[in-house]
Design a protein around this ligand. Structure first.
Ligand code: G6P
Length: 458
């Protein structure tokens, strides 16, 4: 093992010791499930859930020697035994089974109301007018001196982070910069100690995000995590953090994790604002009402399926949005690409005339986010520009907006909500839209070609 370089998670057995398994990891995840008279190795605890909830997370340079009755772990770098306690994961067994759903993706989309509730449970306390984040308590003093936040993430977590940028800046008044982890690690940029870095990751095992955190290891900055997988590498390597509590997510395309991440970012924004913002009370109250509104969208999923059916044959798709819904458009395009293999681009609606409009014709539809906001009139103009080029448009609008029918034939409605909470409801709509298109195209929605759930290589 000392001769190996790069990242690995391996297990080996020899004919000389047929009752012993050796396992080791470096930079790639490896967990040991502790069952009834058995040990099971996996790269992700979710894979173990049907067998056991008791797991041991191995650290870099750990070597485990597993026999029929025993599991000893030695850390090669430290040259001594590693004493890892087995942790009990609090996953509900039902969460790893499909139940009555045909795919995990749709099952996980339907978990949106519970996801919002679980992320806010015991944290958003409107009656007491506070947001309590136990995971940040140990760093409360340091948080008071933070004047800049850099968020690093990949994929869907990156888009959730971009929504978080609007939330934290507008609610807490702290400047935020979101960077793709794969880019961040190769950049040279000035960093002051009053900067906090937040890694956002569903799996907690994404190699690029881990590398980004490692880069700032010796910068003396506060490293926080917004992670879903309890006990994962990112959760363990950060100084503090807030778990998403979304439960295991199995479909490769992330759905409920995005909902949980944006919910947690809203809580962090509220917490950092210390109540000193006009947004505090309304946002805190709205988070409580949001699960019911998410359920309302799910109850009318059939309307979205019917519209999706009309768009399944297109080759290209444009997603447009403004302000906090701009990153939603990016995420909507990603979702469609991932599961339907349709070429999709996300754009800030105001950018259409700076290039993308050239592509629009009757064969290039647009998914326009036109929910109630101070910028709605401007979005109407964008839609008109697209319609004038014969571009088909599907719009998402806020219930009660009848005017939109003068511009667009296919409208999907979401319940009235604050601008800051629209991304959560919009995400559900766009996830359903992508799901139904992929199903109509008879594709493997849960395991899209060429993609992996957890990308543990750089
Ligand atoms: C992969 C997954 C995406 C996910 C991204 C980041 O590409 O297919 O769904 O958004 O990794 O993963 P993370 O676990 O760090 O959120």
């Amino acid at each position: 093992l000392r001769d190996l370089t790069g990242a690995y998670a391996i297990s080996a057995i020899t004919t000389y010791e047929p009752h012993t398994i050796y396992a080791a990891r470096l930079s790639s995840p490896l967990v040991i499930g502790v069952g009834e008279a058995e040990y099971i190795l996996a790269s992700d605890p979710t894979a173990l859930m049907e067998h056991t909830k008791k797991v041991i997370f191995l650290d870099d340079y750990d070597v485990a020697t597993i026999t029929d009755t025993d599991c000893q772990i030695h850390n090669l770098k430290q040259g001594r035994p590693a004493n890892h306690e087995a942790e009990l994961l609090d996953y509900d067994n039902q969460q790893v089974l499909l139940g009555d759903f045909p795919h995990f993706m749709i099952k996980e989309i339907y978990e949106a109301p519970a996801t919002i509730r679980n992320a806010t449970l015991g944290r958003a306390l409107p009656k007491q007018n506070i947001v309590k984040l136990g995971g940040l308590e140990s760093v409360e003093q340091q948080l008071k001196y933070i004047d800049r936040i850099v968020i690093v993430a990949c994929g869907t977590s990156y888009y959730a982070s971009l929504v978080g940028e609007y939330l934290i800046e507008e609610v807490a008044g702290i400047p935020v910069e979101v960077q793709l982890a794969s880019e961040f690690k190769y950049r040279e940029e000035p960093f002051s100690r009053s900067t906090a870095i937040i890694a956002v990751s569903q799996s907690g095992e994404t190699a690029d995000t881990i590398a980004a955190l490692k880069k700032v290891e010796n910068f003396g900055v506060l490293r926080l995590g917004i992670v879903n997988a309890v006990g994962s590498t990112i959760a363990r390597m950060t100084d503090a953090g807030v778990y998403c509590h979304a439960g295991p997510e199995q479909a490769v395309a992330s759905t409920k994790a995005f909902i949980a991440q944006v919910t947690v970012l809203s809580l962090i924004a509220l917490h950092l604002s210390e109540g000193r913002t006009k947004h505090f009370k309304p946002l805190l109250n709205e988070l409580e009402d949001l699960p019911a509104k998410a359920q309302e969208i799910l109850d009318s999923a059939e309307d979205i399926r019917v519209i999706a059916e009309r768009y399944k044959h297109y080759r290209d798709f444009m997603f447009i949005g403004r302000h906090i819904n701009y990153p939603c458009a990016l995420e909507g395009a990603l979702k469609l690409k991932e599961v339907s293999y349709i070429h999709a681009e996300g754009y800030a609606a105001g950018e259409m005339k700076h290039g993308p409009l050239a592509m629009i014709d009757e064969s290039f539809p647009t998914f326009a986010i036109a929910t109630n906001s101070t910028l709605l009139e401007k979005t109407y103009s964008n839609i008109q520009e697209i319609r004038a080029r014969k571009g088909p448009v599907v719009a998402v609008a806020t219930k009660g907006n009848n005017h939109i029918h003068n511009l667009v034939g296919n409208v999907i409605y979401i319940p009235e909500t604050l601008e800051h909470t629209q991304p959560i409801l919009l995400a559900i709509v766009m996830q359903l839209f992508s799901y139904y298109i992929a199903v109509a195209r008879e594709l493997d929605v849960d395991k899209p070609r060429n993609l992996a759930k957890s990308v543990t290589v750089e």
